[in-house]
Design a binder for this molecule. Structure first.
Ligand code: BMA
Length: 893
């Protein structure tokens, strides 16, 4: 059976032309090269042949079984456990194809797998071609000699990843912990022995779906002389000459003898062009050319979102080699510098930890990115775009691609380039110790080389980081390693992350910083042999901080860190999201479904305990109403907790208190979800924003008033990420819970708020403030405030401060809130809310209508308010109106 090549979009065009290829998101055309896509329908069989089915490539066994109706939605109810057998079996993918004779006649025919998940043996026409053991690698096999005139049969036999990991662990001469995930995760063991998405064996926010498959494209590439493997461009700024140059790196594979010719690089937008003589040696070589930018005009730079544009320049590359062989490539080049600054901080022991982009200190605002689906072949470009746009819409300028997932697809980084999102890129090692035997290390080394080469042209990538939490796992002995054995594990740690990963990164890319771990003390960890006594030390490096039982409103509990790269609280997703994978009997807080989806031990209890510190817990007699209200209250708790913590970090950027401070980053845990379950995310699986994401839009605003109590005083800071200085006053209104108009208002004197600073702008004893304002008490009133310049123009969003827990507030009436929807799809919709009384945490839910509100989870202190709704798909005012539900805090008790 001959399968027609299938393809899509840009790639499709190039493959059908037979000579052009996307090489790490760069379009490369090489004359005389012919390519055939082997994507499309293959067949798939399990080990005893009882299952045989068509399977799409790229794809995986689970999605093939799903598409052919052998299994239901794996995310439905308890199916993750029910389908555990899939990962215990071995599976074979087979395809049959023909190759035209002119293609077979080429000097070399390469079989290219962009990604195999994970342990496999590849055979062509019955002959072994090679083995694979790392899902993060591209594999190329030379197969010319094996191709026949007629049908060619290609098989990829995949071993069970779970059994493989167990065998590797068994064969290892000493234990490399953790053996298994906590029971509550219902996951598989020994994932650290296999170079595959670490969270695919389960995580504290995700199911266990140890996938197997051909998760990326497969093709044949045939050529006579040369094939381009890789093209990277890295801009370099020369301080002395104040000029830019571009390092252009071309990796080629040459079959013939030494090949000579010339290469022309041009940056037309910068009046720069240069021709280089080239001489390629046989085999695989890396060739670097330095293009000096010669423009007399300015070079427009790439800036993180909120700090400037994301300017780029087209670069063309034209190679001519001997008679008739040419290759061309077109790409985009961005210019920026990045440094990780670790230097003494006046008045504070320790070292700073912040990113300087184009010479400017930038406060990193954002979150952590986890895999967006258990089945990578189901990750859609639209879904990735929607998440990244949602991040930027919430005023984020950075995301950390966390080390327990996958290196993201090219599109992710190209979008981050375009959107101005800085990427903290972990290598894929998380929450574990790792083996370091030779074959494992060889595979890791190749992984590092390939990934760094693939990603280093992206200005968005601002940091390489060795692993997630493995330094701290050793330092604080997560796995109970007996003292005498510790040196062995420290030696393995240094071997993997320092002697190998770091050394390779330095060899491949010195244009951005490298950290061995997160959290880490950075340079101070280095001085302690790469494993610090306390990697959580707030005076050095970055920190991760979680505390679920402490009152999250008490800012004094948070570490005054240099950089908060993880912190967060769980919440449940919305009812409409859960409904898709559950049935009515699942809709109770205490039922088996709720505990099944909760992979963090005691998570459900912790959420309600934290919520109970400040809010009444839902007590409706109708069970469904109570369930929905419980989902809501977890989101209120999460949003308010992460707000409190983030605002603390943002206001700590300019000061040192008790020797600590100068916080320059706040990346909460976590942006997105992998399935419909409780987690730390601010965006649900499917893209719907939780209350936290609406809060993030405000607490990450470029200019923000932050209010808090310091001893007896109410204090307001003006936080600004702008470059300009502003003259601002804080306008404070004292509101009563029981009536919509302010009881009284007051304003601070005008204060100079420097660009990129947090400046105290208002301070008054709470008692005095209340005394001067009618009959206000802590329980009957709250504060609302915003920033204004001397022309009365508002800067940044408004904010508020509760003087008691809403649970203890006096006078919150049960509001009657009605909604009215107007508008057409073109310009979005307007929802007008009318309320009979003051309402906190007003939550609009559009059910299954995809889109987002302009604002949500807000305090409604006036009788009416307008909120926009941006639909993400076709809908109508009527449909939105029908779907819309409103909840506010008083509704839940
Ligand atoms: C940190 C992360 C993840 C985890 C999260 C929540 O440890 O690095 O491993 O999901 O906390 O527990």
């Amino acid at each position: 059976m001959t399968m027609p090549p299938t393809c899509s979009g840009l790639l499709c065009l190039s493959l059908l032309l037979g000579k052009s290829l996307l090489v790490s998101s760069v379009q490369v055309v090489t004359s005389g090269q012919q390519n055939i896509s082997l994507n499309g329908k293959w067949t798939l069989e399990n080990s005893n042949g009882s299952l045989s089915l068509p399977a799409e490539v790229p794809g995986c066994v689970h999605t093939a079984l799903l598409k052919q109706g052998y299994i239901q939605d794996p995310y439905y109810r308890f199916n993750d456990v029910a389908y555990g057998w899939i990962a215990l079996d071995n599976w074979t993918y087979t395809t049959t194809f023909t190759v035209p004779s002119d293609m077979r006649a080429k000097q070399r025919v390469m079989l290219v797998f962009e990604g195999i998940d994970t342990i496999s043996t590849v055979s062509l026409n019955g002959a072994a071609v090679g083995r694979t053991d790392n899902m993060f690698l591209q594999y190329d096999f030379s197969v010319g000699a094996l191709l026949t005139e007629g049908d060619n049969v290609l098989t990829v036999s995949l071993a069970s990843p779970v059994r493989y990991a167990a065998q590797r662990s068994e064969a290892h001469s000493y234990r490399v912990p953790p053996d298994c995930p906590p029971e509550v995760q219902q996951g598989q063991c020994h994932v650290n022995y296999i170079r595959k998405e670490q969270s695919s064996f389960s995580w504290d926010w995700g199911p266990s779906f140890p996938t197997a498959g051909l998760w990326k494209g497969v093709r044949l590439e045939a050529y006579d002389v040369l094939r381009v493997l890789h093209l990277a461009t890295v801009p370099v700024y020369n301080q002395t000459s104040s000029g830019w140059s571009l390092q252009v790196e071309l990796q080629v594979e040459v079959v013939a003898e030494v090949t000579r010719g010339q290469l022309t690089l041009s940056l037309p937008g910068l009046d720069t062009q240069q021709t280089f003589p080239v001489r390629f040696l046989p085999g695989r070589t890396r060739n670097t050319y330095t293009l000096h930018v010669t423009t007399s005009g300015p070079v427009e730079l790439w800036w993180p979102s909120g700090h400037g544009d994301q300017s780029s320049y087209p670069l063309t590359l034209q190679g001519v080699l001997g008679p008739g062989l040419t290759f061309t490539a077109d790409t985009k080049v961005y210019f920026r510098t990045v440094e990780l600054v670790q230097e003494p901080v006046p008045g504070s022991p320790g070292l700073s930890f912040y990113f300087r982009v184009n010479g400017k200190a930038v406060f990193m605002k954002g979150s952590n990115w986890i895999p967006t689906h258990s089945f990578q072949d189901l990750v859609s470009p639209a879904g990735v775009r929607s998440l990244l746009e949602s991040a930027v819409a919430a005023n984020m300028n950075a995301l950390r691609v966390w080390g327990g997932g996958v290196y993201q697809q090219d599109l992710f980084y190209s979008l981050c380039d375009e959107l101005g999102v800085m990427v903290w890129q972990d290598f894929m090692f998380a929450c574990a110790l790792y083996p370091t035997e030779e074959d494992f290390m060889d595979s890791v080394r190749e992984e590092v080389r390939q990934q760094v080469r693939r990603l280093k042209s992206h200005p968005s990538v601002v940091l390489w980081s060795g692993n997630n939490e493995n330094e701290v796992a050793l330092a604080t002995n997560w796995f109970g390693i007996p003292g005498p054995e510790r040196p062995l594990y420290v030696k393995d740690y240094v071997k993997l992350y320092v002697d190998n990963i770091r050394a390779l990164v330095l060899e491949e890319d010195q244009s951005r910083p490298f950290l061995a771990s997160s959290p880490t003390n950075g340079l101070a960890s280095e001085r302690q042999g790469w494993v610090a006594d306390d990697p959580y030390d707030p005076r050095y490096g970055d920190t991760h901080y979680y505390s679920y039982s402490r009152d999250c409103w008490d800012w004094s509990a948070f570490p005054r860190t240099r950089f908060a790269s993880e912190y967060g609280f769980q919440s449940w997703p919305s009812f409409s999201t859960l409904q898709k994978v559950s049935v009515p009997e699942d809709w109770s807080w205490d039922g088996p479904f709720s505990s099944h989806r909760q992979h963090h031990a005691e998570g459900n209890r912790q959420m309600l305990e934290q919520a109970g510190l400040h809010y009444h817990l839902p007590n409706a007699t109708d069970p469904l109403r109570r369930y929905k209200h419980t989902l809501y209250i977890t989101q209120v708790m999460q949003a308010q907790c992460v707000k409190a913590q983030t605002e603390f970090y943002r206001r700590s950027r300019s000061e040192v208190v008790g020797g600590k401070g100068h916080t320059m980053g706040a990346l909460y845990w976590q942006l997105n979800d992998i399935w419909q379950a409780p987690s730390w995310s601010s965006i649900e699986f499917g893209g719907k924003w939780k209350m936290l994401h609406y809060f993030a839009q405000r607490f990450f605003a470029p200019v923000l008033p932050v209010g808090f109590e310091d001893g007896v005083s109410m204090v307001i800071y003006a936080v600004s990420d702008l470059s300009v200085d502003l003259n601002l006053t804080a306008q404070v209104s004292v509101l009563s819970w029981s009536r919509p108009d302010p009881v009284c208002t007051l304003s601070s004197p005008a204060t100079l708020v420097r660009g990129n600073s947090a400046t105290p702008i208002f301070r008054q004893p709470v008692d005095a403030l209340l005394k001067g304002c009618g009959n206000c008490t802590r329980r009957s009133c709250l504060l609302a405030f915003h920033l204004e310049d001397n022309h009365g123009a508002r800067w940044g969003p408004g904010n508020h401060h509760f003087l008691c827990s809403p649970r203890d507030a006096e006078g919150i009436e049960a509001p009657h809130i009605t909604t009215e929807v107007r508008g057409d799809g073109e310009r979005g919709y307007t929802v007008t809310l009318h309320s009979t009384s003051v309402a906190p945490f007003v939550w609009l839910d559009a059910g299954d209508v995809p889109g987002r509100f302009g604002s949500n989870g807000f305090l409604m202190a006036s009788r009416s308010q307008e909120v926009g709704f941006v639909p993400w798909g076709p809908t109508s005012a009527e449909e939105l109106g029908r779907a819309l539900t409103v909840t506010s805090l008083r509704d839940v008790y």
